[in-house]
Design a protein around this ligand. Sequence first.
Ligand code: GRF
Length: 221
Amino acid sequence: MGAPLKVAVLISGRGSNLQALIDAFGPKVQDSPVTIVLVLSNRPEAPGLERAAQAGLKTEIVDHKTFASREDFDVAMDREIRATGAEFVVLAGFMRLLTPQFVAAWQDRMINIHPALLPAFPGLDTHKRALEAGVRLHGATVHFVRHETDTGPIIAQAAVPVLPGDDESTLAARVLAAEHQLYPLALRLVAEGRVRVEQDRVVISDAPAMEGALFNPALPR
Ligand code: GRF
């Protein structure tokens, strides 16, 4: 195995996906293919910063409110990220739109997790919209970041059922539990050098595909 991939994780809030990444790749993990070299938040009060500090990770705050423009903010973030030697950026509940310059600078070296089966339900309030649409399967997507929000080559997806009686919070919790498995899976594939982008689609080498199909309602036994 080569040297671990040096990753900066960008957050804005709770940081439960960050926690899943810490559990999978944090300082306590032996032979991790990933080293988290930085956890950066644009919000000083983000609870995820505490999770990072608890794990002994380097944290930085780049508060977007203190910058005159989006460009200035992104330049400052870029500087902090590069100062740590990070080679790869992981967005984990990072709630700022990024400039085209920043996205281009990290092209194919920046991933995001979105709480829906893209390209369905890009944007906000995905669980509410999935319930309104009446879909039977919902889920989460990890993808490389492109300029247009919630687009970009898809690396991995997890599907969960929408169940009778679900509300936004029960559905969100089911998707979030899947996210916590999906993000480490996708980042591991990337760190192991098994993910490449060809013609703006992802090709994965040597990854077992899921077998069969998901049905909701389930097929009769
Ligand atoms: C997750 O649902 C993620 O898919 C979305 O933002 C949320 C972040 O949650 N991009 P957390 O901060 O990781 O708990």
